[in-house]
Design a protein around this ligand. Structure first.
Ligand SMILES: [Zn+2]
Length: 399
């Protein structure tokens, strides 16, 4: 097919521009607060956080805003000046976060640039109670059990993370399930809503910044916050770069409002076994399914549901009461599972399958898991062009 030269040039220009990184831009940011809504203006755009602020002696600073602004700065190559007051420790730690991401050279991440009009020392006030992110999945339910024993008082569910708004049917159903879990954990369930995702921050890298933002906003009068690890430290290495990791968690929060990272001591199979053993009542309310965000429950037939079934099997637990449908797991792993395409997703899937492989009993299912792992490993090698140093040595070398 012959494309006229003029149109070809235009198309070329569009394609070239798409691949160009955005120019560094300097913009200003300000915060408007109106009862239970804060609106954060960023250049010509804005995002908001809605919800009550809990605890006693609500902090006056705007530390929470730094987390959202950091995500925007690193996603869009922005130097942001915030007209606001933040505490010194949070500001230093946010700079550390920028250094981490810059040194990791993650594709699509730009250097962090944030300045603020006033940096203060936090008031010397002891605030009782803590707030913990509870999304109703395996990780936060497991970590929530420990948090409930360690003095946390509130559980935070965020609208605008996996579901676009508080009004979506999926979120309503999730809320019912999470409120049951928080009841068993004896934590007061609170909800914060944010629309920062509509500004399309790099979600895989910066979703933990959204958690930190909502924790320090909703917990403005509480002593500390916390959220759960997806992975163990060893798994963080398997799945890098990914935003929920031990290094990122270590620089979130401040001396005045520490944000603790919980649950990185066990992998997913171990977490499922622990919850079943120590708080069986919450198991029917755990949500793992990602098939249809409009319905609650666990379909039993999607990749995530099957993976969780395998986590149950690895503990020798009958999973059938917790899933809607039963399927042939071996057939699913060998023929029907949707295999991830991108390097990061292959790594994440491999990490979870190794976890199952190492703990599941010998038998046909373990063989199927093994075959699936081999398939993923081959795919990963194909996708990554290894440096010469990492190539296998020649098989002709004998000893
Ligand atoms: Zn499912």
């Amino acid at each position: 097919m012959n494309i006229p030269r003029k149109i070809y040039r235009k198309l070329r220009k569009i394609i070239n521009n798409r691949n160009k990184p955005p120019q560094r831009q300097s913009i200003r940011s300000s915060i408007k607060s109106n009862k239970e809504i804060v609106t954060i203006q960023v250049g010509n755009r804005e995002f908001s956080i809605k919800g009550k602020r809990y605890g006693s002696e609500i902090r006056e600073n705007s530390d929470y805003a730094l987390y959202g602004l950091a995500a925007l700065s690193m996603t869009y190559n922005l130097d942001i000046h915030l007209d606001g007051v933040v505490t010194n420790d949070t500001y230093i730690r946010i700079s550390k976060l920028g250094e981490l991401w810059q040194s990791w050279n993650a594709p699509g991440v730009f250097p962090l640039g944030i300045t603020v009009s006033e940096i203060i020392k936090p008031e010397n006030v002891e605030r009782p109670g803590g707030i913990f992110c509870l999304s109703g999945g395996v990780d936060s339910s497991y970590a929530g059990i420990g948090a409930a024993e360690d003095g946390y008082t509130h559980a935070l569910l965020i609208a605008g993370a996996d579901y676009s708004s508080k009004e979506s049917i999926g979120f309503q159903q999730l809320k019912d399930r999470v409120s049951n879990i928080s009841r068993y954990l004896n934590l007061e369930l609170v909800i914060a809503e944010t629309d920062i995702r509509s500004l399309r921050i790099h979600w895989g890298y910066f979703h933990t910044l959204l958690l930190a933002m909502c924790l320090s906003y909703s917990g403005s009068g509480l002593g500390f916050g916390g959220f759960s690890a997806d992975n163990t430290i060893a798994q963080d290495y398997e799945r890098h770069p990914w935003g929920n990791n031990h290094a990122v968690a270590a620089v979130l929060g401040s001396k005045d409002f520490p944000i603790n990272y919980r649950g990185g001591d066990r992998n997913r199979s171990e977490k499922v076994g622990y919850i079943y053993k120590y708080m069986k009542e919450v198991v029917p309310y755990i949500s793992v399914c990602n098939k249809d965000k409009n319905i609650g429950g666990n379909c039993g037939t999607c990749r995530k549901c099957v993976r969780t079934k395998l986590n149950f099997m690895a503990n020798g637990i009958d999973y059938t009461p917790f899933f809607e449908k039963e399927i042939n797991i071996i057939d699913f792993l060998e023929r029907r599972i949707e295999i991830p395409e991108r390097v990061n997703d292959i790594r994440a899937e491999l990490m979870r399958q190794y976890d199952i492989y190492f703990s599941i009993q010998d038998g046909d299912v373990k063989v199927a898991v093994c075959k699936y792992i081999v398939k993923l490993e081959r795919l990963l090698r194909k996708r990554i062009k290894y440096d010469n140093n990492y190539n296998y040595r020649s098989l002709l070398t004998t000893f």
